[in-house]
Design a protein around this ligand. Structure first.
Ligand SMILES: C[S@@+](CC[C@H](N)C(=O)[O-])C[C@H]1O[C@@H](n2cnc3c(N)ncnc32)[C@H](O)[C@@H]1O
Length: 256
């Protein structure tokens, strides 16, 4: 399994954190007692949940031990982190707020998991998630064009590929399960600086599985070609590179 590097991921923490705040802004839970963040990553966003709901027990779960190890630094009396796979996780008792930010795209066929995830939420509780919706953008398509070349394909065939549906699909799934749903999309225009910023961004997330699947030598070769193509697709103007990034948001309230 490809590993996560929390430091590489956190390089763009401010840009990556904004969708989490935008998602949370639509969760109107007043006094939840249990809040769970699935795929919590390095934990800095989970920690904001403990500040927003100071009387709640907040639990961040992630399947990557390296992410959970980083998140433990934020742990406290009402904030805990543990390694768990969201595909099999089930709480002892239903929780009041269940969140997942930028994680479900890593779970193939995650729409089939929605009934199980909803069953983990108490009646009248909240289930909110955000997933990227940019898989048809050059940041992804250029990588896959390269990865499919004969020199790389023997290593890259079958590696994890993030994927997600559109807001209307999730809305229909969750309304069908009896929820009241708010679903929408937003395209952020991230303004990045420094050398090869789009490469630095994607190598912390979506491009990791392909890059890590390649042996030394081939990895550097593919990365060099990918950087050139990304620079052409996302040209820097006066040192600033604009990365348009569509994201899909869903906030569901379970029936009482
Ligand atoms: C892009 S990071 C997002 C981290 C954090 N939620 C944030 O918004 O910064 C995706 C996270 O999902 C986690 N993840 C992927 N598949 C998972 C699974 N099946 N169960 C739990 N966590 C998972 C990864 O380990 C990673 O930490």
């Amino acid at each position: 399994m490809p590993v996560w590097d929390p430091s590489t991921y956190l390089e763009f923490a401010d840009d990556r954190g904004r969708p989490f705040a935008d998602l949370l802004a639509r969760v109107a839970a007043e006094e939840p007692t249990t809040v769970v963040d699935l795929g919590c990553g390095p934990g800095q966003l989970t920690a904001t949940l403990a500040r927003r709901w100071p009387r709640a027990d907040v639990l961040g779960l992630d399947s990557a031990p390296e992410m959970v190890a980083r998140a433990q630094a934020y742990g406290g009396e009402r904030l805990a982190f543990a390694v768990a796979d969201l595909r099999t996780w089930a709480p002892a008792r239903p929780v009041d707020v269940l969140l997942s930010n930028a994680a479900l795209q890593w779970v193939p066929d995650h729409r089939a998991l929605l009934p199980r995830l909803l069953a983990a939420v108490a009646p009248g509780g909240w289930f909110a998630f955000q997933v990227p919706g940019n898989f048809a953008e050059p940041s992804h398509t250029l990588l896959h064009e390269l990865a499919d070349r004969p020199a790389y394909a023997p290593y890259t065939r079958g590696v994890e590929q993030p994927a997600a549906a559109g807001p209307a699909d999730y809305l229909s799934d969750l309304v069908g399960l009896g929820c009241t749903v708010d679903a929408w999309e937003t395209t952020y225009l991230h303004q990045l600086d420094g050398p090869d910023p789009v490469f630095r961004w994607v190598s912390g997330t979506g491009a990791r599985p392909v890059l890590q699947a390649l042996p030394e030598g081939l990895r550097e070769e593919l990365a060099a070609a990918y950087r050139v193509r990304l620079r052409e697709a996302y040209p820097a103007v006066d040192g600033c590179t604009v990365l348009p990034f569509r994201r899909v948001f869903v906030v569901a309230r379970t029936p009482r």
